[in-house]
Design a protein around this ligand. Structure first.
Ligand SMILES: [Zn+2]
Length: 470
């Protein structure tokens, strides 16, 4: 039987914002960075207090901090804590790559390139604690973790909307700080490119990074929008930054060789891309404490199916549907860290427990997240331009899986040419565009997936390209 891995969250309802306590750059001030970490009951019981204090003591307060979502440990509530954006212990001396690495450091390789970056969600995977000699190992780990992380829907069907880049970060030492699997002394003794470390803020399984270093490496890839940091370790751990500096929508950290790393990644990217709330709680006696509607798409303060339905709120389009996680979509009390006063769509889901899939409202939000950065179609002829009626237009549809359903429709002067439905290559003359005069040709590629019901998200999952023909 699979061990229970119910997530157990904090008693705090909302993380505090990025809180500068010293000199801070404008980009940092604008960013609200949250780090979410999954709890895991299968882990060893809570470490003894002495270890906790020792671990906390080796990361002194930074001039600049960000809020971190941390899991409670057995018998101890979790919460949000502030951790350094760039730990001072990882200054010029500790945080660096290997000068001997030369051009190996910072080298970008495509793990999966499916289209032009302007039409794709560009994901950067970078590794920490890999030496120059271990870069093959890094790339193998990156491939394996990404493959696993995206093996559940809707990632699986929508891999074709993503470019995935591996950015090599060469560390002087192998392994990351305070990994007791390799470093029983539990000290800062690894000099690594991204400064990843366990025991972030005194919590064993919270893997924090130097956010600025991650941003520098991510920027080497084209249009990086989401970063995944694979830390060279077999110890359970990870974190999810809901937002990132330097244009990143989020950063997920995970360890390279733990069996649950990919599940952590799937959950954390759910925050970063789907903007989903956690659907778990640990504070059994506390309520949400507000009647103001929650911002996330998968939680509500309205604990009534009739209310959601009659007022067209939140996941009302899915109410009563059988959910892939089992059960029926309705309103289930508890979520967003508290047991009362807030409701989630289904009894269980990946936003509540590892090893499960997204529920229907979660899937829809994830697909919305993919299309926030990606387009279902690219064209060889730039839209908005003037072309001749014999110009060959070639469309390249994103290669998507079972959940998606791309539909191609062509229009001549605003009227659909039904006979051309589904065509991806044609000349305007084939649409009956006359030889004389000025006309418009338009193609609309829309994802008619049954996993999306919101008209707003449907509109987001479509692209229209038009040309003037004369
Ligand atoms: Zn979470």
């Amino acid at each position: 039987m699979r061990p229970s891995r119910r997530l157990r969250p904090s008693r705090h309802q909302r993380p505090s914002r990025l809180r500068p306590t010293g000199r801070v750059g404008p980009a940092a001030l604008l960013a609200t960075v949250l780090v979410g970490l999954l709890g895991a009951a299968l882990l060893a019981p809570a470490p003894v207090a002495a270890e906790d204090e020792r671990a906390a003591a080796v990361v002194p307060a930074s001039a600049e901090t960000i809020s971190v979502e941390v899991p409670p440990e057995e018998g101890a509530p979790g919460g949000y804590r502030d951790v350094p954006v760039a730990p001072p212990t990882q200054g010029a001396e500790a945080l660096r790559g290997d000068a001997r690495a030369g051009r190996v450091d910072g080298k970008v390789r495509a793990l999966s390139k499916t289209g032009p970056s302007r039409d794709r969600l560009d994901v950067v995977i970078t590794g920490d604690g890999y030496t120059a000699a271990q870069q093959d190992d890094f790339r193998a780990d990156a491939r394996a973790r990404w493959q696993q992380l995206t093996s559940i829907e809707p990632y699986k069907s929508y891999r074709g909307l993503m470019n995935v880049w591996m950015v090599q970060a060469v560390s002087r030492d192998s392994g990351i700080d305070r990994d007791r699997n390799t470093d029983p002394g539990n000290v800062n003794d690894k000099r690594t490119a991204l400064g990843a470390y366990f025991w972030c803020n005194g919590l064993e399984r919270l893997i924090c990074v130097n956010v600025r270093a991650v941003g520098r490496y991510a920027a080497k890839a084209p249009q990086a929008e989401l970063a995944v940091v694979v830390a060279n370790s077999s110890r359970y751990g990870g974190a999810g930054y809901f937002d990132g500096l330097r244009g990143l929508t989020g950063i997920a950290t995970l360890s390279s060789d733990n069996p649950y790393s990919s599940e952590i990644g799937s959950h954390e990217v759910g925050h970063a891309l789907g903007k989903l709330a956690d659907e778990y709680w640990s504070c059994g006696s506390c309520g949400y404490g507000s009647t103001r509607e929650a911002a996330e798409p998968n939680v509500t303060v309205h604990g009534s199916v009739a209310y959601l339905r009659d007022n067209s709120r939140k996941w009302y389009r899915w109410l009563g549907e059988t959910d892939p996680t089992g059960g029926t979509v309705g309103v289930h009390q508890g979520g967003k860290y508290v047991a009362r006063g807030i409701w989630r769509p289904t009894e269980n889901s990946i936003m509540r427990s590892l090893g499960l899939g997204f529920n229907l409202p979660g899937q829809e939000s994830m697909i919305n997240g993919f299309y926030r950065y990606a387009q279902p179609v690219s064209s060889n002829v730039r839209g908005g331009t003037r072309i001749s009626r014999t110009r060959l237009i070639k469309l390249r549809l994103a290669s998507l899986g079972d959940l998606a359903a791309l539909q191609v429709r062509w229009y001549r002067n605003g009227k659909e040419v039904v006979a051309a439905r589904g065509r991806t290559t044609l000349r305007p003359s084939a649409l009956g565009v006359p030889a004389r005069g000025r006309h418009t040709v338009k193609v609309r590629v829309a994802d008619r997936t049954g996993a999306v019901r919101s008209p707003r998200i449907r509109a987001n999952a479509a692209r229209t390209i038009s040309w003037t023909v004369r």
